[in-house]
Ligand binder design. Structure first.
Ligand SMILES: [Zn+2]
Length: 551
């Protein structure tokens, strides 16, 4: 006898209900980010996706012999943090780099360099170091004689912390063909001893000789850097990054890690706008999945406040000769507009870096022109940083549907000196989180690692307190721009997912979504705001796998 179709369906449903979960979280205080079910005690996932939320009793029923169980011990769990702005290869390279910043003296310098060199493969260049001889007594410049015994057969060119000079070993000088006969180049100095022999120190333009022979970073080096970066992300509760160019071969390295099954962070990568055609072709030819995909392209409208290249309407307060400059990519602006229109036509989401108030206004204009030209569609254009805004431009974000992608840590860092650069009045529209939200804009957060720490908790603290890192603004720097913990959490989760067209996959905790979540040592939604910065990540779960645990 054939059973009725309904009976089959019931049988299948019963079977499905009994399939054990791969992962369950019990006894937690879950903030889901979902309006329909804002909280839960427990959660279960299967195949990397959430299958149920409920109380311990309900979720326990899905426990099988092989289910991984994470005991929340009553702690707060939130959707995994999405960092909307990272440069992961650069961050990873810095994590792995030699650090000579705090050496005591010459002997200490050689010892630390030697220890580091031993961990590097033969023949690999040793670079960076950020040494500072002013910390030594006596403050004498290092020489190749300090490097040679420590470096073996590895060429070394170690930069001083200010980047204006480097010290090389004998092998690096030889490879660059720098001898006692080499004249000082224009704008540079080859430091020599009393006999005329180069000591190894090269200043400014003299460093170009090394740059010409030092090989580009290998895929192996980049992959190694990303491995370290991915580990770092897990420790910080970051389960997705929206990554931006650091090295021309970023994507090759990401693809290598994915192929090796080593990704524990999901990556949405945006290559450079100038190469939007190759980004379009690469996207068409490469596998896109929940671990790695091309999410659009990124361009630059101007420079930075720190270097005085952010583009303003009015001159800098401390340097009235300049109001900043357009980035090379935006000269002329019409060329950038063609690229934006082309990328938009090809279905690539466009995100543009703009810091100064004029750069932001120009990009809002440009976006409006291209939208008119290419016709209406769901674009989710973004301005990265949106750092200094004229009051009149703030409502334009919501009106033009442009997302403000901001980095709250920059606010408490730049807040120490921004008023000196551009004056108090213009700082009123600086990192204007509150005004943007009140005007209806979508606000998303990120770190800009490695310019700032890869640390969403530090970002939450910065957005909620706006206390500058120098301790000088205990009540908040322009405190009227503070936002609530819940608003800041959304900027790191659901809004960030939406800003990458990924809201169906992630950003909140609901059945069908990826099981990406973070367990915290304390509840940011209920602790005093001063305590937010001290919260630790207890565990990070990506696709139902515990990828970091503090215990
Ligand atoms: Zn950046």
């Amino acid at each position: 006898m054939t059973p009725a179709p309904g009976a089959i369906l019931l049988c299948l449903m019963a079977a499905a209900a009994e399939t054990p979960a791969d992962f369950i979280l019990l006894s937690a205080k879950i903030w889901t980010g979902e309006k329909s079910r804002p909280g839960a005690e427990a959660l279960a996932s299967r195949g990397g996706r959430i299958v149920a939320l409920g109380d311990n009793g309900e979720i326990e029923k899905l426990r099988g012999p092989r289910t991984i169980v994470l005991d929340g011990r009553g702690r707060r769990a939130v959707p995994g943090f999405i960092d909307s702005h990272t440069h992961m290869t650069m961050g990873g390279l810095n994590l792995l780099a030699l650090d000579l910043r705090h050496t005591k003296d010459e002997a200490d310098f050689t010892r630390r360099l030697g220890e580091f060199a031993k961990t590097r493969p033969a023949g690999r260049w040793l670079t960076d170091g950020a040494w500072d001889h002013q910390q030594w007594t006596p403050p004498r410049l290092p020489t190749k004689a300090l490097l040679d015994p420590a470096t073996g057969d590895r060429p070394a060119c170690l930069s001083r912390q200010d980047g204006h000079m480097m010290v090389c070993n004998s092998l690096a000088l030889k490879l660059a063909g720098i001898t006692r006969e080499t004249p000082d180049p224009e704008g540079g100095v080859i430091v020599r001893d009393s006999s005329g022999e180069p000591t190894g120190v090269l200043k400014d333009a003299a460093m170009n000789g090394i740059g010409a022979v030092r090989p580009a970073r290998t895929l192996e080096e980049l992959t190694e850097a990303l491995r370290a970066a991915v580990r770092h992300a897990a420790e910080r509760g970051v389960t997705s990054v929206q990554d931006l160019p650091g090295d021309p071969r970023d994507l090759d390295a990401w693809e290598k890690l994915r192929a090796a099954g080593e990704l524990t962070v999901r990556v949405t990568y945006r290559p450079s706008l100038s190469a939007w055609e190759s980004a379009r072709d690469r996207r068409a030819g490469m596998k896109s999945d929940e671990w790695l995909r091309i999410g659009g392209v990124k361009g630059y409208a101007d420079g930075s406040l720190g270097s005085g290249t952010a583009l303003f309407f009015e001159p800098y307060a401390d340097d009235p000769k300049t109001s900043g400059v357009f980035a090379a990519e935006a000269i002329p602006l019409s060329k950038m507009e063609e690229r934006v229109a082309g990328a938009d036509g090809a279905g690539l989401q466009v995100v543009l870096h703009a810091i100064g108030d004029r750069a932001n206004a120009e990009i809002l204009d440009l976006f409006e022109r291209v939208a008119k030209r290419n016709g209406p569609k769901d674009r989710r254009w973004r301005i990265e940083h949106a750092q200094h805004l004229r009051a009149a431009d703030i409502p334009r974000f919501a009106k033009a549907g442009v997302i403000a992608s901001m980095q709250p840590y920059h606010a408490i860092d730049d807040g120490r000196w921004a008023e000196k650069r551009i004056g108090r009045e213009r700082c009123k529209g600086t990192y204007a989180f509150r005004s943007l939200l009140d005007a209806g804009a979508v606000l998303v957060f990120g770190s800009d690692w490695d310019v700032a720490p890869l640390a969403p908790i530090a970002g939450l603290d910065a957005a909620v307190t706006r206390r500058t890192t120098d301790g000088r603004n205990p009540g908040g720097w322009f405190p009227e721009q503070r936002i609530t913990v819940e608003e800041a959490l959304r900027a790191y989760t659901s809004a960030a997912a939406w800003a990458a067209f990924e809201e169906k996959e992630k950003g909140t905790l609901a059945p069908g979504k990826l099981a990406d979540l973070v367990l915290l040592s304390a509840d940011p939604l209920s602790v005093r705001s001063e305590a937010i910065g001290k919260i630790d990540v207890e565990a990070t779960v990506v696709g139902g796998r515990v990828v970091f645990s503090r215990r």
